[in-house]
Design a protein around this ligand. Structure first.
Ligand SMILES: Nc1ncnc2c1ncn2[C@@H]1O[C@H](COP(=O)(O)OP(=O)(O)OP(=O)(O)O)[C@@H](O)[C@H]1O
Ligand SMILES: [Mg+2]
Length: 251
């Protein structure tokens, strides 16, 4: 069983796209997968489910202790999702004074760790309490980076936070994978940036680069994974290869 947080406090780098499609790829390879949407924007949730379909329960209700975690789970073609909701946007403030506020998610997921081969958490684009909860609930962190100028900008802050979590909350935590997204091999700059990322992170960088592919941007509006929406696209090819690499324990 593996528990992985997909993170970067920078917005729009491909965290949600990677969580969904790595998860779907692992599911296609026969694994039992749970995706946890820990972002109040709820992009993961609504990229797989129509927003007009009201959800009974979300991760917010689970963290509040209002419902059992099982009651919030929804299924999508073979894998499970713990959905988010806009209610979660107040959570940082609401939970700020709770004792053990960083371990609320870990405690909520306790009954799930043995049920799945992979639990993947889609983090919000900040280093607040929700992200701390993610880092406390998992053993592995994948940092998602856009293969563009300033990809590594601000990363030292993220590394500091991971170090603090490791010392105080979760000694198990390790950065085990770096995913380079939105890669365009025709641009010299993209190649230079990936070389730079490899200088910094060495063999933690996955060999599979996720190319810039319009089908990946279109699939969410159809509430589909890339494998459902465009199985012959570069996007499907890349996320299938990445899921394979993750399963084989590289990176
Ligand atoms: N490889 C790709 N090719 C083309 N478009 C992509 C690719 N990856 C992601 N996108 C698009 O880029 C945008 C940002 O991606 P995504 O939502 O996955 O980033 P994020 O890091 O989760 O953002 P946020 O920080 O807001 O949560 C989305 O519109 C998505 O569809
Ligand atoms: Mg996102």
């Amino acid at each position: 069983m593996k528990t992985i947080a997909f993170t970067n406090q920078k917005g729009g780098v491909g965290k949600t796209t990677s969580t969904v499609n790595v998860g779907a790829g692992l599911c296609r390879q026969g694994n039992k997968v749970l995706m946890v949407d820990l972002d109040p924007q709820a992009n993961l949730t609504y990229s797989l489910r129509k927003s007009s379909n009201r959800l009974d329960n979300s991760i917010y209700d689970v963290l509040k202790g209002r419902v059992d975690p099982e009651e919030a789970i929804i299924s999508h073609n073979g894998f499970d999702i713990m959905p988010s909701s806009i209610d979660l946007s107040g959570a940082e403030m609401e939970f700020a004074n709770e004792p053990a506020r960083e371990t609320i998610l870990k405690n909520s997921l306790n009954g799930f760790y043995e049920k799945y081969d992979y639990i993947l958490i889609d983090c919000p684009p900040n280093l607040g309490l929700l992200t701390l909860n993610a880092f406390t609930a998992v053993n592995e962190i994948f940092i998602v980076l856009q293969s563009e100028y300033l990809a590594l900008h601000g990363l030292s802050k993220l590394m500091d936070v991971i170090q603090v979590v490791k010392e105080r909350l979760n000694p198990e935590i390790e950065i085990t994978g770096i995913i380079c997204t939105l890669f365009d091999g025709r641009k010299n700059l993209n190649n230079e940036v990936v070389d730079h990322i490899k200088d910094y992170f060495g063999n933690k960088v996955f060999d599979t680069l996720i190319r810039d592919n319009v089908a990946l941007a279109e699939a969410p509006s159809h509430h589909k994974t890339i494998f459902e929406y465009a199985p012959d696209s570069y996007g499907a090819e890349d996320y299938d290869a990445l899921a394979q690499e993750i399963k084989n324990g590289q990176g």
